[in-house]
Write a protein that binds this ligand. Structure first.
Ligand code: MTE
Length: 394
């Protein structure tokens, strides 16, 4: 099915669903959310239901290179909005020659591109920061990460059509959700440098307006009907329920760019003002099986997990190493998928354990020779935790 006809059928299916839900459009959303929730009960660790924040159990996460939607983490700052596909419009404005307002079918007429890219939350592994000193926010374990196939129009093609003015430097995104924070209600927003938006390489777009995830229309929780996917950047820049794109000469003033997704020590206003937004995802790796507390029999055991290259174009995972003796010796893991930009690799290793084994450790090394750090500096918002991953075993 070509993408325009997929969008047309998506429009039709949603329209029929809305008809059957009658005038109470909300029924439509809660029915879809319930179906996600039904899967959550058994497959996801649900941190909160309204807004929905959930992550898969680690052994599920590494069953396949492409993460099934049911096992994909959900990170939402506000409740999942109800969006009617037939009246949906996306605007492109700001420093452009011709502002655009596009329906879903008009968006479907742009050349459609597919990409497989890993999405990870800047707060993945926050609970490990909290072990050093408590950090507020969702206490993510190692599962706020997933690898999916996305398809849609390239942001660069929309920008070319609108004609970007010379003074432009950043592209802002705004969602249709209503986030409540500090007594105010506002939409979630993100922004990326214009250069990244235009950095299309072979099969890797700088940024994509995805309408499908793993060949299916986006689910409500993952941003139906359109979301940004910014390969290589932390998930916060991949704005869901996208409704507005603004081309500007500066980063977005949205709370989630100006104040929230920043690396700061203690969280003072001065630090927030002095530090720029986080963009790239860091080199990372984690053990997904065995899980913490597992009782192991002495002998050879299989250890498996993921390794994430940093969000630097052309940099991949060179090596993953596992230690069963607190880092005195390391076993090289087998990488079970080909290296691809901005995509995780799943790995497995056979290591010998004995009665003295107290923990398993993993670390990744990238193609530049950079080693995942042994420890990381605590930060007030608990972002970018990428120290060697330790799993205590019995
Ligand atoms: N977009 C909107 N509109 N609202 C949000 O709360 N959360 C962001 C991003 N896009 C968010 C959003 C964050 S922090 C992450 S990590 C990713 O969406 C998570 O995407 P997912 O829920 O599809 O996994």
């Amino acid at each position: 099915m070509t993408q325009p006809s997929l969008l047309a059928s998506l429009d039709r299916r949603l329209f029929l669903r809305q008809l059957s839900a009658g005038a109470i459009g909300l029924i439509c959303v809660s029915a879809r959310r319930d179906s996600v929730l039904a899967a959550d009960e058994s497959r996801l660790l649900v941190h909160s239901k309204a807004p929905m924040n959930a992550e898969p159990l680690l052994p599920d996460l590494v069953r396949s290179w492409v993460t099934p939607v049911e096992s994909f983490f959900i990170r939402s700052h506000g409740n999942t909005p109800e969006i009617k596909a037939d009246s949906f419009r996306l605007s492109i404005e700001g420093l452009v020659e011709s502002p655009l307002s596009l329906s879903l079918s008009e968006l479907g007429r742009f050349e459609q591109h597919g990409v497989t890219a890993t999405l990870t939350c800047a707060g993945n592994r926050r609970s490990e920061h909290s072990r050093v000193k408590p950090v507020k926010g969702v206490q993510w374990r190692e599962g706020a990460i997933g690898n999916a196939k996305w398809r849609g129009a390239r942001l660069s093609d929309l920008l070319k059509k609108a004609g970007v003015r010379e003074s432009a430097k950043h592209v802002w995104f705004e969602g249709l959700d209503a986030v409540e924070d500090g007594g105010k209600t506002f939409a979630f927003g993100g922004s990326i440098p214009l250069e990244k938006a235009l950095l299309d390489r072979d099969t890797m777009p700088g940024a994509l307006l995805a309408t499908t995830m793993n060949d299916q229309p986006l689910t409500a929780d993952h941003g139906f009907p359109v979301r940004m996917v910014v390969p290589g950047y932390v998930g916060a820049r991949s704005v869901k329920w996208l409704s507005k794109i603004v081309v500007s000469d500066r980063p977005s003033p949205n709370h989630f760019v100006a104040d929230v997704y920043k690396l700061i020590d203690e969280g003072t206003l001065l630090e927030v003002a002095e530090n720029g937004p986080i963009y790239r995802m860091p080199l990372n790796s984690a053990i997904c099986t065995p899980t913490a507390g597992a009782a192991l029999k002495p002998g050879r055991i299989e250890v498996a997990g993921y390794a994430l290259p940093p969000g630097v174009p052309g940099v991949s995972i060179r090596k993953v190493e596992v230690s069963a003796d607190s880092g005195r010796s390391w076993t090289e893991a087998k990488l079970n998928s080909a290296a691809a930009d901005f995509c995780w690799q799943l790995w497995s290793a056979e290591v010998a354990v004995n009665s003295a084994t107290k923990e398993l450790i993993v670390r990744a090394i990238d193609s530049r020779g950079e080693i995942q750090p042994e420890t990381v500096r605590w930060n007030a918002k608990g972002y970018l935790f990428n120290a060697w991953h330790h799993v205590a075993v019995n």
